[in-house]
Design a binder for this molecule. Structure first.
Ligand SMILES: *Cc1c(COP(=O)(O)O)cnc(C)c1O
Length: 375
């Protein structure tokens, strides 16, 4: 019996076991578990890799979003525009800080926030926009940044799913996901494209003052030990995780290439399929393929999902509910029908297994099994 997984972290580990084990043992040997030298080493390496001037590591991707908003000085009662179709973390930190999440619908093809609706979401309280580079592809940053500049808004890029994706502006300039807005945030959750072996996160910025502030907030608001200048939080990247990430960062390009190979194969297999709509590639962004998400048309997505499960093919629904349909956000007063594109995507999307160690034969089986549902 085959054992196909959405993400095969075990095989990925086995392939780099010697390097990873040595890195972990190195931390244990020195017992510098908190803020050991590997943390700085990793943030420097990630800055070099992404082209961001400053990388501030922290405890996880959700904290990164929260610290970014604290660092930018967002105040309770102010409003932040966020896509309705995303992981809950993006909106959660907005609510947690006493700000108001203002949902905006997304574009059905690329899942990015619908720029044409930005204007209608503006109020005198709007302070920021959080584009989410969902599934691994950059949102239209050129237009988002231009809109933000016109209206004096901050931009926080949620890059948890798109590390390494490259965006090209109309003047030919190319930037990595997370390095274009005021702050970019990412997550090193194990299944993310650059995943550690626990929780981890980081922020990117090109602003030196802001970088210092973000670092302080993540470290109890201290400038130096026991000197606390602002109210902060405790959100650090473990040294063990940083050591693992130092190893894995060196493989990231290869990992992205593997994911793209898997994606290309799915694309070819389902090209023109009447019921399985393959991902639309944005013209100005490369794709990191954190997820390979198809849209199921004409049949029940859930019946297909159940059929696949029976045949040993896992699949996932990211996400079954739009944020405005979540119980926690009901008090914002939205109702069904308010975000029709998001709502319809929740019924259609299906993410297929994609990871760095996909065996060709397994992918063939996944493709044939999906096709057999329609025969
Ligand atoms: C994973 C993820 C996060 C949160 O990251 P954690 O490290 O799990 O806190 C935030 N936003 C998006 C879009 C994500 O996919």
């Amino acid at each position: 019996m085959r054992s196909i997984q959405m993400v095969d972290l075990k095989s990925q580990y086995v392939a780099i076991k010697a390097e990873v084990d040595q890195a972990i043992q190195g931390v244990i040997d020195t017992t510098a578990f908190i803020n050991g030298p590997q943390v700085k080493e990793f943030s420097n390496a990630l800055a070099a890799y992404t082209g961001a001037k400053y990388v501030i590591t922290c405890g996880n991707g959700t904290d990164a979003l929260q610290i970014a908003m604290m660092g930018l000085g967002f105040q309770p009662g102010q409003e932040v525009i966020v896509p309705a179709f995303t992981y809950v973390a993006t909106a959660e930190v907005i609510a947690l800080l006493g700000l108001k999440p203002v949902f905006i619908d997304v574009i059905a093809d690329t899942y990015e926030l619908d720029i044409s609706q930005l204007e209608s979401k503006l109020t005198s309280k709007t302070v920021g926009i959080v584009p989410v580079h969902l599934y691994g592809q950059c949102s239209n940053m050129e237009e988002i940044l231009a809109f933000a500049a016109t209206h004096n808004l901050k931009v926080i890029e949620d890059t948890a799913q798109a590390i390494g994706a490259k965006y090209t502006f109309s003047d030919g300039r190319t930037c990595q996901a997370g390095t274009m807005g005021d702050v970019g945030t990412t997550s090193f959750f194990p299944s993310k494209n650059l995943g550690c072996y626990g929780d981890g996160g980081a922020m990117f910025t090109n602003d030196e003052k802001l970088a210092e502030k973000l670092w302080m907030i993540a470290n109890h608001g201290q400038k130096k030990k026991y000197n606390h200048h602002i109210v902060g939080v405790n959100s650090r990247l473990d040294t063990v995780q940083a050591a693992i990430l130092n190893v894995k960062l060196q493989h990231l390009d290869r990992y992205s290439a593997s994911r793209n190979q898997v994606a290309d194969k799915y694309d070819a297999a389902f090209a023109g399929h009447p019921n399985v709509k393959t991902p639309v590639r944005a013209h100005n962004s490369t794709h990191a393929f954190h997820q390979y998400t198809v849209q199921i048309e004409g049949v029940s997505r859930d019946e297909l999902k159940a059929y696949l499960a029976e045949k040993g093919v896992p699949s996932m629904v990211y996400y079954p509910l739009s944020l405005h349909q979540q119980v926690a956000y009901m008090d914002l007063g939205f109702k069904n029908g308010d975000f029709p594109v998001s709502e319809s995507l929740c019924l259609k999307v299906l993410s297929l297994p994609i990871h760095t160690e996909m065996i060709a034969d397994d992918q063939e089986y996944i493709i044939e099994t999906i096709k057999s549902f329609f025969e």
